[in-house]
Design a protein around this ligand. Sequence first.
Ligand code: B12
Length: 502
Amino acid sequence: MKPPAVILFNPKATNHKARIPNSVLQIAASIEGIYDWVLVDGNLEADPQQKIFDYLQSGQFQFFACTVMPGPQLHQAVPITRQVKQQFPEITNIWGGYFPSNHKQVVLDSGYVDYVVDGPGDKAFPQLIKAVINRESTESVPNLVFLQDGQLIKTTREILYEYDELPDLPYDRLNEFYPLSRYLGKSYLGEKTIAYHSSFGCPFKCAFCAVVPIYQTKWNGKSAEKIYQDIKYLKDTYGADAIEFHDNNFFVSQKRTVAFAKLIQPENMTWWGEARIDTLDRYTDESLAIMREAGCKMIFFGAESGSDQLLQFMDKGGKQSGSQILRFAERLKKFDIIPEYSFVLGWPADSEAEALKQVDAETEFIRKVKTINPDTEIIIYIYSPVPTEGSTMFEKAKEQGFSFPKKLEDWLQPEWEQFDLRKNPLTPWLTKRVVDKIKNFETVLNAYHPTVSDIKLSTLQRKVIRGASSWRYRTKHYSYPYELKALQRFWLKYRQPEKEGF
Ligand code: B12
């Protein structure tokens, strides 16, 4: 008698481009050859709920396993999981990923999620499936959270695994469910862009980052050889020509980065990844030149703020400083690697006046970066608290009256979606005046310096929007930029990389 099978669900995350669903694919790898599995991708299914119900009606499935990150994915994950529990109460519902890992209680209190896998699921998932099928206790399964007689039970935490020792991702199996070519979309980097994850965690503990509670400053990365092997396979088999490294911190090890660069150089591929300014600034000129030669075109950096005092307040750690952020933008120019600097504005402040002053200081700083290196891409987030319990910042946020929704459905409310998108978190210290000031500056900045990553913009569109915004940018008149908002929305359909990716 075949063991019952597993439905893996990747809820819709973006409107315009599906990416290789690495979260559920890595979970699939953990049971490949042990339990049968099918994959439903909400980014490629017109009616994912019907697809899931068709599978469930076959009676061959016992598990519905869903990956959930904050934001848009909740809009499919919540209603579909609730429906699965109502219509097929015998099915075991399992959630994993950043959202349930950081919001375990509210997820389990919903009553339609049976288990949360907190952090990496590579070992937990196959062990949980086995325990449930064999009706054994789940208390020896690592990284598991569940309710027992109303009590929240947390099993042993296993924070990190040797990435090289984990099973290969079953790309060919994925290709049976959805042609892999549909996941290799056109982007600023290339015609067929791979989404690849080569490391877990990050060695730092920035108080605004949701990675910290999960990986607790630990980091582990695949070897350069292993990454190259996978990429080469996707290039030769599916014609991929570019790579988005989705690691939280790809460049932790200069040795690994340079080794990978030397391996990938002959393949003529273009790549992008996320890094820290102070880490990259310790790379030698030779390493940066080798990376560029090997196709490293743009790197995302958490610049966060030009204020050393705020960098300290947010536990940015390391050696990063305002002057280093400026100097490094200058340095990267020499290597023709585009820095993509993300800033976080709207930190907890004791008064509106103080918050407005903070914003003025940051907008001036961002203008300085653009003067030093006009190619620098700028991304602006507004601080949205994440549960970094014990961090000065999160404690201050709570002191000032911040709290997360108590009911899972409340996260679907528009204001909480904006919160997740870090675009208007409605935190108690953020008044409308402060949010408008940030948004208006962002509008004028994106008009005067439109992102290179929005590949659908024509040269004419770029010229017109820059021309239309130049008086505002030059004279720092950012208020009520409705004409620019209208042009961006209706003519350019401007796409911000932080929302939808490249
Ligand atoms: C790819 C990505 C995106 C893509 C696509 C997302 C998608 N789901 O398709 C895009 C660019 C669209 C995106 C957008 C956003 N993102 Co994003 N994104 C990522 C990124 C870089 C990679 C995710 C991934 O594939 N990881 C690789 C897999 C293998 O790792 P994993 O997901 O952790 O999976 C492991 C475990 O979590 C667990 N697990 C995961 N799922 C499941 C499911 C089951 C059943 C089980 C058992 C286990 C399990 O086991 C896995 C293997 O160990 C992560 C950072 C990161 N490195 O993970 C940020 C990240 C998840 N994103 C984040 C955010 C905030 C956003 C945005 C809200 C940003 C914004 N303001 O716009 C938007 C949301 C809008 C949206 N469209 O969804 C944050 C979430 C922070 C938080 N509060 O939880 C992260 C953590 C980045 C960060 N460092 O802050 N994102």
